[in-house]
Design a protein around this ligand. Structure first.
Ligand code: AHR
Length: 514
C-alpha cells in the first residue's frame, strides 16, 4: 500500500531557524575534558582544543552550543573558570559526583566556539546562586569596559566583549535531582527577577526560561503555566527537554518517538498561548528544545551511577558514553523531522550532547575521534534543511504502537529554499518491510540531486553500532528514486528499506510562478 505525501512549495509551516541545529557541551563526564579539550593530544592546538574533534564538529554542523550545563550549572561558580589557570580552584561537582579542575572555563569556551563557528548559549546558575551572580557574569561577558567586572574580563585577555546573546535562566529547576530544585512559584519569581536585572544590564539579550525536564514530569503543565505567569513579559523562549528510549523491546513505540515530541511541543505551545492571552501580552514566546536526544537511561541508572558512587570523586569519569545503534540513528533522524515540522513554535533546539556524553562524536583520550551512528542524520539535516519547512499531508499505511497509538508508517518532513532546493527526510518505521513512498510536490519541477539512507547494513541487525575500530553504519545512496515532472509539479517515488532514515536532495528544474 505504501505512503502518499502531498506538498506545495507555497504552503509553508515557517522558516527553518539555523538555531534548530544546536548542540550542548556540559562539564559532565568527558564532554569538555578529553572531549573538546585535551592539552597534549597529538591533534590539539596550543590552547588544548582537539583538532580531530573540531574537524568532526564542523562536519556535524551545529549552529549554537549550550554551555556549561545541564545539571552541572546549578552548583557552578562561573568565576572559578576565569583568570590564570594555575590559580583556578579545584572543586567538587555535586551534580555528577566528579572533581572539576576548572582548567577550561568561560574564555576557553568562547575561543573554542569561535574556532567551531558556533553561537554560544550560556546558562546561569539559579540553583545555588541567583540574581546577582547572573547579572555579574552577563556584565563580565558583554559590558565593553570601565567597570570592575568588564575590566577583569579585559585583563583576562578578552579586550572586546564576548557579546553572548542567548542566556538560559538555570536548568531543569523542576527536577528533584537538580541542585537547588524549586517549586514553580519559587523558580518563576527568581527567573523573573533575574531576567529583569539581566535586561537592565544588557537589553539585547534573549532569555530562555526553564520549562519541564520531560513530558512525564508530574508537574508538566502546571510548571509551564506558573513559570510563564511570572516571566512571559520578560523572556523570549521557554525550554523543554525531551529524551527518548526503547522500553522493554517495544521498538514500534521507540520508532514513533517523533509523535511524542510533536505532542509535547504542541501542548506546550497551547499553554504559552493561553498564558499570553490571559496576560494580554502581544508577543511571542518560542520553544527552545534545548536538550533532546535518544538516551537509554536504564543503562545510566543500573550501571554508571553505582560505579561512580563506588569509585569516589574523580576527574572527568566516563559517564553515559552510550554506544548508539542504527535504530537510535533512525529515531534521531525522525526527531529532527519533528523539529522541522514544528518550526512555527520551536525557535531553537540543542541535541544533548556534542562529544562523548550521549553524543554523536566520540573521542578517546590520547586516541582517535569517531562518528557514532547518530552523527549522520544530524549532519545531513543541518546541511540540507534550508529555507522553509513545508506543510505535508501524509496518507496511507499506518502502524499501531503501544505508547503512541496509530502512527504513519513513514514519518516525513521537507524543506524548500529560495534557490529551489528541496530536501525531504523520511523515516520508515516498519521493521519488517520496505515502504513505497509517492511524494507529490506542487509548484516546482524537481530532479533528484543526492540520496542518503541510514539502514541496517547487510549482515548486521538493528542493534549494530559504530565503534572506534569500525563504522558499519553510515549513509549510503538510495537506488531507484525517480522523478516524474508535469506542468504543475513533480511526483517523486522511492522505496525505503525497513527500519531506515533517508534524506533526499532535489534540485529545481523550473519553478512555477506563484
Ligand atoms: O544531558 C545530560 C543531563 O540531562 C543534563 O545535565 C540535564 O540537564 C539532563 O537531565
Amino acid at each position: 500500500m505504501g505512503i502518499q505525501i502531498e506538498a506545495d512549495v507555497s504552503e509553508v509551516i515557517g522558516a527553518v531557524p539555523r538555531r534548530l541545529f544546536g548542540s550542548f557541551v556540559e562539564h559532565m563526564g568527558r564532554s569538555v575534558h578529553t572531549g573538546i579539550f585535551e592539552p597534549g593530544h597529538s591533534t590539539s592546538d596550543d590552547r588544548g582544543f582537539r583538532g580531530d574533534v573540531l574537524g568532526l564538529v564542523r562536519e556535524l554542523g551545529p549552529s549554537v552550543v549550550r554551555y556549561p550545563g545541564g545539571n552541572f550549572v546549578s552548583a557552578y561558580r562561573w568565576e572559578d573558570g576565569v583568570g590564570p589557570v594555575e590559580r583556578r580552584p579545584v572543586r567538587l561537582d555535586p551534580a555528577w559526583h566528579s572533581v572539576e579542575s576548572n582548567r577550561f572555563g568561560l574564555h576557553e569556551f568562547a575561543a573554542w566556539a569561535e574556532a567551531a563557528d558556533v553561537e554560544v548559549m550560556y546558562a546561569v546558575n539559579l540553583g545555588t546562586r541567583g540574581v546577582q551572580e547572573a547579572a555579574d557574569v552577563l556584565e563580565y561577558c558583554n559590558h565593553p569596559g570601565g567597570t570592575e567586572l568588564s575590566e577583569r574580563r579585559r585583563a583576562n585577555g578578552a579586550d572586546r566583549p564576548f557579546g553572548f546573546r542567548l542566556w538560559c535562566l538555570g536548568n531543569e529547576m523542576d527536577g528533584p535531582w537538580q541542585v537547588g530544585h524549586k517549586t514553580a512559584e519559587e523558580y518563576g519569581r527568581l527567573a523573573a527577577e533575574t531576567a529583569r536585572l539581566m535586561r537592565m544590564i544588557d537589553p539585547g539579550v534573549e532569555l530562555v526560561v526553564a520549562g519541564s525536564s520531560s513530558r512525564e514530569m508530574p508537574t508538566f503543565g502546571h510548571w509551564e503555566r506558573t513559570v510563564l505567569e511570572h516571566t512571559a513579559a520578560l523572556v523570549d523562549h521557554l525550554s523543554l527537554h525531551a529524551y527518548y528510549q526503547e522500553h522493554n523491546g517495544d521498538v514500534s513505540s521507540y520508532l514513533a518517538s517523533a509523535a511524542a515530541l510533536d505532542g509535547f511541543v504542541r501542548t506546550t505551545a497551547g499553554i504559552i498561548d493561553d498564558v499570553l492571552a490571559k496576560a494580554g501580552l502581544d508577543k511571542k514566546v518560542g520553544i527552545s528544545v534545548d536538550e533532546w536526544n535518544v538516551w537509554d537511561q536504564r543503562h545510566w541508572n543500573d550501571v554508571e551511577q553505582h560505579e561512580l558512587a563506588a569509585g569516589g570523586w574523580r576527574e572527568h569519569p566516563r559517564i553515559i558514553e552510550q554506544d548508539y545503534t542504527v535504530t537510535d540513528a533512525v529515531v534521531v533522524g525522525s526527531l529532527l523531522g519533528s523539529l522541522l515540522r514544528n518550526v512555527d513554535r520551536v525557535t531553537m533546539a540543542n541535541q544533548a550532547q556534542l562529544v562523548n556524553v550521549i553524543a554523536p562524536i566520540r573521542a578517546e583520550p590520547g586516541g582517535p575521534a569517531w562518528r557514532q551512528t547518530t552523527f549522520h542524520p544530524f549532519s545531513l539535516v543541518s546541511s540540507l534543511a534550508e529555507g522553509n519547512s513545508l506543510r505535508l499531508t501524509v496518507t496511507g499505511e499506518t502502524i499501531h504502537t503501544g505508547l503512541h497509538g496509530r502512527v504513519d508508517v513513514v514519518d516525513a518532513a521537507a524543506t524548500f529554499d529560495e534557490n529551489g532546493r528541496c530536501a525531504v527526510f523520511l523515516t520508515n518505521r516498519s521493521t519488517e518491510s520496505e515502504t513505497e513512498v509517492r511524494l507529490r510536490v506542487r509548484g516546482a519541477r524537481l530532479t533528484p540531486d543526492g540520496t542518503w539512507t541510514v539502514a541496517v547494513p547487510d549482515g548486521h541487525h538493528r542493534h549494530v553500532t559504530n565503534s572506534v575500530h569500525t563504522a558499519p553504519v553510515r549513509p549510503v545512496p538510495l537506488p531507484g528514486v525517480t522523478a516524474e515532472r508535469d506542468p504543475e509539479g513533480t511526483t517523486i517515488t522511492a522505496t525505503l528499506p525497513p527500519l531506515s532514515w533517508t534524506a533526499l536532495r532535489l534540485a529545481t528544474v523550473v519553478v512555477r510562478d506563484v
